[in-house]
Design a protein around this ligand. Structure first.
Ligand code: PEP
Ligand code: MG
Length: 745
């Protein structure tokens, strides 16, 4: 961790400020001297989203008051627009660099630009430059950020140089694109979590009194956490996990990070400013840590710091307007439940991927959700209006009138569509030509079980058993697991349930798991591989499933099977447990996911032994195209609706049809693609008539299939495959055909 900012710089700045209106030029001179920089410049916000050079040490003094940049223009403008630090060894060759001859900045290669922010507004930018190309070190960045905090105080007082009080960019619309975590579209006011806005003084003359204040606030925070832990609202079956909260409380009691805050206070910062600096450091560290468990724990500290700031401010949590859009940097499961109970309608999480806990919970809670949106929290002000369009994976802050109107219309259309689809709930899924299709759900939490009735699904085609354990932060013991699985079977009644055994590893790690050092954990020691090498946990789970069935039919499938031998070994474990558990299930079916391409070339022997196959298209596509499923950059690069995938699916279906002397073996598909209407139509045309999907897609898929004449579409698809054999995607012509036939995917 970086050293605390040198006391000398802080002390001198404090002295300057104590003299009343400290001239910005004196601050710039001090920064240049203390940071051994050839240039230190201060740009301040002027009305009309302009940043004006207000003081400089090192650039041409005549440029002061003359050099003006629009927000987004030049490195300084980009820093203000993004509200983020820019640390550039070769600034002049950055594509955003804007040359201003009057400044005389040609000789300076490296540049560090830090936003001057107060209460969520950008009041200016502090820029440091050096001749030699260099990347500024973490302690240097930290020093500049501390100075920026002080500058913010100075500028807000208005003494040094009058600024535009609303800052720059405050009213400008901002568009962010991210990853859709859960569908939905809404227009609502923004509430923020974790993005505490510092409004009080930054420096203190009485560090000991500040430390006393900090300790009192920490005590109050711990007491509130204890109350939360004892609150029945967060019962385990809400998936919210006493264990997650317990881990959280342990972090709260860990003195390490508070000691760091105390150190910062001793170096001259006020308590709030010190907590905020430590949080920023942690955030920076977190970005560099790959280990998911450590990241989670650091995230806990970050969340706790937010609570601590609330306690220091003596503020009770702000009221949440109904249908608000929560913007957070990271969010744990317990907190998301808390915010949900307070009435939010959607959530934007800067650092969430679709496979993360928060995303899983957001889907389960029916919240529209967006992830992977860097910079949204810094750019948003509580109370701003925003459009969250999770369907097209975008967030628009401070939308203009046209965008608002379009959003409201889209939300109305969506609501009407959903209302229309609700009428389909009780109807069987049948295509226009009379082909029956089985539509099942992918579930994983107890609180999602009501989706079975809400969607009228035919059953649960994929029950991801690891999800509840991830939400609880631990592997449940046999009795707890048996009770949980029995509850799932009870909810399903006569509808079938396919339980998938634990698919842990890679990004799905439990606290305390020893994750091996692997360059490619998705292809590493994970899932069934762990289950077979360390069978105790898998056997315990299989026993729990058999106990839960208690004489009822039971379907079990294994994830990430790559060879027939692995399937056999897993099945042998299940058979061994089945010999012991009484009463035996009325019928025991054992299948496998097909997620590893190699398995498609072993279907002859495999299908002699497997009772069914479920194609996991999320992983299958990832391995087929060698494209990380979690990478936003690759998300749209390869298409399931493409000739090579169709050929692969044809081959799997043909082998399954011929298996067991022509009797055939059942095949279904349970990746996310099954829940997208256009994909579902194509999969059905290829012969996949059992699809398992997220609840949010089921009625839309049913609605579209009801309008499809499969034989007519099959003929078109065959022709497209013949004429566009080398094409990377057939999506466009398929979409055109659907639209021409009155279908709205
Ligand atoms: C899949 O890989 O398609 C699948 C359904 O499993 P998961 O998304 O849980 O990896
Ligand atoms: Mg998978």
């Amino acid at each position: 961790m970086a050293e605390p900012p040198p006391r000398r710089l802080l002390a001198q700045l404090r002295e300057l400020m104590a003299r009343g209106a400290a001239p910005l030029s004196a601050v710039a001179r001090l920064v240049a001297t203390e940071m051994v920089a050839e240039v230190a410049s201060i740009y301040v916000a002027r009305p009309g989203d302009i940043l004006e050079l207000a003081a400089t040490e090192g650039l041409n003094p005549d440029a002061v008051g003359r050099t003006r940049l629009r927000v987004g223009e030049g490195i300084v403008g980009l820093c203000a627009a993004a509200g983020a630090v820019m640390n550039l060894p070769d600034a002049q060759n950055h594509p955003g660099f804007a040359y201003r001859p009057e400044t005389g900045e040609e000789p300076y290669a490296s540049m560090l630009a830090v936003p001057v922010r107060r209460a969520g507004r950008i009041l200016g930018v502090l820029a440091v430059q050096n001749r030699a190309p260099r990347h500024y070190s973490a302690p240097e960045v930290e020093e500049a950020e501390t100075v920026a905090m002080l500058l913010a105080e100075l500028l807000a007082q208005g003494g040094a140089a009058p600024t535009a009080p609303e800052g720059v960019g405050a009213a400008m619309p901002r568009v962010f694109s991210g990853l859709s975590l859960a569908p939905g579209i809404l227009l609502g006011p923004v509430v923020t979590a974790g993005g505490f806005r510092l409004t009080g003084p930054v420096l203190t003359d009485a560090p000991e009194a500040e430390i006393v204040r900090l300790e009192a606030a920490a005590t109050r925070m711990r007491r509130r956490l204890d109350e939360m832990l004892d609150d029945g609202r967060l019962a385990p079956d809400a998936g919210a996990s006493r264990e997650v909260l317990e881990a959280y409380r342990l972090v709260a009691e860990d003195a390490g990070w508070l000691r760091r805050v105390t150190e910062m206070i001793r170096s001259g910062l006020a308590a709030e400013a010190a907590v905020q600096r430590v949080t920023a450091e942690l955030h920076e560290r977190m970005r560099r840590i790959a280990d998911p468990y450590l990241r989670e724990r650091l995230a806990d500290v970050e969340d706790l710091a937010g609570r601590l700031l609330g306690e220091l401010a003596g503020a009770s949590p702000p009221a949440v307007p109904p249908g608000a859009i929560l913007i957070a940097r990271r969010l744990g499961p317990a907190e998301l439940l808390d915010w949900h109970a307070r009435g939010i309608g959607g959530v934007v999480i800067e650092e969430a991927s679709p496979a993360g806990h928060a995303a899983i919970l957001a889907r389960a809670l029916g919240l529209a959700a967006l992830g992977g949106v860097r910079g949204a929290l810094a750019a948003a002000n509580p109370g701003d209006e925003a459009v969250l369009d999770a369907d097209s994976a975008s967030l628009i802050l401070r939308p203009d009138e046209d965008v608002r109107r379009i959003c409201l219309r889209a939300a109305e259309t969506r609501a009407a569509l959903l209302a229309g689809q609700a009428g389909l709930r009780a109807r069987p899924a049948v295509t226009a030509d009379g082909t029956g299709v089985t539509l099942m759900l992918n579930l994983g939490l107890a609180l999602e079980l009501d989706q079975l009735d809400r969607t009228g699904a035919d059953g649960i085609g994929l029950f991801r058993t690891e999800i509840a354990m991830l939400a609880r932060g631990t592997i449940l013991d046999t009795a707890e697991q048996a009770a949980f699985y029995a509850r799932v079977m009870d909810a399903a009644g006569v509808r079938p349930v396919v339980f998938r055994t634990l698919d842990l590893g890679s990004d799905k790690l439990l606290p305390g798991d020893e994750a091996p050092e692997e360059a490619n954990p998705a292809m590493g020691w994970r899932s069934l591989r762990v289950g077979l090498d360390r069978p105790a946990v898998l056997r315990r789970q299989l026993r729990a499933l058999l106990l839960a069935a208690a004489g009822r039919p039971l379907s079990v499938m294994f994830p990430m099977v790559a060879t027939v031998a692995e399937f056999r070994a897993a099945r042998a474990l299940l058979d061994a447990e089945a010999r012991r558990v009484r009463p035996a299930p009325e019928r025991l079916e054992v299948g496998t996911m097909l997620e590893v391409p190699a398995l498609a070339y072993q279907l002859g022997p495999l299908l002699e032994e497997a009772d069914f196959l479920s194609i996991g298209s999320n992983d299958l596509m990832q391995f087929f195209f060698a494209a990380d499923r979690g990478s936003p950059a690759l998300a749209a690069r390869y298409d399931l609706l493409s000739p090579p995938v169709f050929d692969l699916l044809d081959q799997i279906l043909a082998a399954a049809g011929k298996a067991r002397n022509g009797q055939g073996v059942r095949v279904s598909l349970c990746g996310e693609a099954a829940g997208r209407p256009l994909e579902a139509m194509v999969l059905t045309a290829l012969g996949l008539t059992t699809l398992s999907m997220p609840a949010s897609g089921l009625l839309a898929v049913k609605a579209l299939l009801a309008g499809v004449d499969l034989p007519a579409f099959r003929a078109v698809l065959a022709e497209l495959r013949r004429t566009a054999a080398g094409s990377p995607s057939l999506r466009d012509p398929i979409l055109t055909w659907a639209r021409d036939h009155g279908l709205t995917p």
